[in-house]
Structure formats: C-alpha cells, structure tokens
Design a protein around this ligand. Structure first.
Ligand code: SF4
Length: 212
C-alpha cells in the first residue's frame, strides 16, 4: 500500500519523517497574513504530483483506519522523529484526536508540529493534551494577525512569522521571517531567528531546536 509518510527533504533533513495535508483548506486557524506568504502554496507544492499526494493524504486522514495505519507504519519504519504537517494543519477536533491517539500509542517517537489551530476553540484543548505529552513538542504559530493565546499552555512554545520589517513581536521562542526579509535578518543576527534561516545550520536534523 502507498506509504503515509515521506522522508525529510533538504531543509528538514533525512532523519525526520513527514506528514502533510493540502495547505490553507486544512488550516482553520490561518490568517490572511500567513495565507499570503504560505510556502506550501507554491514552488514544489504546486507540482501536480505533490498536490495529488496531499489530496490523497487528506482522504486517508478521514478514514477510520488512519490511526492504526499510521501507528503501524511508524513502527515498521522505525521512525524516531516525525514532523506533523509540513503543510496543512489540524483541521478539526476529530482529526486532532486521531493524532493524540497516535502519540499516546508511541511514547518513544518524537512528534513535533507548528499550528495556528490553537485559535479554534474546539481544537485547542486537544492540542493542549498533545503538548502535555513527553513525546510531543508543540509550537503555536503566530503572526501579526493571530494575536496571542490568552495563556500559553504547559509544553507549548511560540513561533512567530515575521512578514514585514517594522513588526516587533512581543512574545516568542522562535522567529521565522519571510523570504524577502532573510538577508536583513541574517545581517542583524536576530537571536531567536531559526538557525536554518540564519544560515547557521544546514538542516533541522542538525539543529533540533524544534523537536529536542
Ligand atoms: S529552529 Fe532548527 S529545528 Fe526549528 S525549523 Fe529552524 S533549523 Fe529546523
């Protein structure tokens, strides 16, 4: 059967396995700002073969056997680190609960995700349960239109996406900048900038900040 997971790409590194969904349509917490700069809406992600695969993944995520298939594939492949959603997000409560179930069954695997679905009241409690698991590294994604969560739940860190020069985020643990700001960000050496974007680490596998 066609595998659910793929192996990491250049930026993420081959030591990390990936699961993705079609971007934007599965992102109920997205903002106009993040949709306008979404990397998963162009380039490699616009290839027909990639679009076809992401749509296939979405269909698999709706199936009743999604959890058991994912768990057995993770075991069979000996996955150590899994990034949930290079593109896409937790699109509803039921789907988020499926991932919570998968994580609970695989406490030795390291899962990590970035999500704006914390903005959706019925999904947020499930994300909080994932964040409380030792095997999960949870990042709430922010931009200037998301606002801040009322409280930051235990286990959650904040990743801010900066799209304009003049933005001064108040609260963050990690900063991403859009492509047009990268040169400037590298010059001023922002302390919380993702090391890959700052050109200091070759990939996420070598860095590990997001999943260790
Ligand atoms: S901080 Fe490190 S692990 Fe996180 S996205 Fe950047 S390079 Fe990858």
């Amino acid at each position: 059967m066609r595998p659910l997971l793929t192996q990491g790409n250049g930026k993420v590194g081959t030591a990390i396995h990936l699961w993705s969904l079609p971007a934007i349509g599965t992102c109920p917490g997205s903002t106009e700002q993040c949709r306008s700069v979404c990397y998963a809406n162009s380039g490699h992600f616009a290839l027909p073969s990639v679009k076809e695969r992401l749509n296939w993944c979405y269909k698999q995520s709706l199936r009743k056997d999604f959890v058991s298939r994912m768990v057995s594939e993770i075991r069979r492949k000996g996955v150590l680190v899994l990034r949930v959603h290079v593109s896409g997000d937790f699109f509803n409560k039921e789907y988020a609960e499926k991932w919570l179930d998968i994580m609970r069954q695989l406490p030795r695997v390291r899962f990590y995700w970035y999500s704006r679905s914390w903005r959706v009241p019925e999904i947020a409690p499930v994300l909080e349960q994932m964040a409380a698991l030792k095997c999960c590294r949870a990042w709430y994604s922010l931009d200037r239109q998301t606002g801040l969560p009322a409280t930051v739940p235990p286990g959650v860190r904040l990743a801010y996406l900066q799209a304009e020069d003049q933005e001064e985020p108040e609260l963050l643990d990690l900063l991403f900048v859009v492509r047009k700001l990268r040169r400037h960000a590298q010059r001023v050496s922002l302390p919380l900038l993702c090391p890959h974007q700052a050109d200091k680490r070759e990939n996420c596998g070598a860095c590990g900040k997001c999943f260790r």
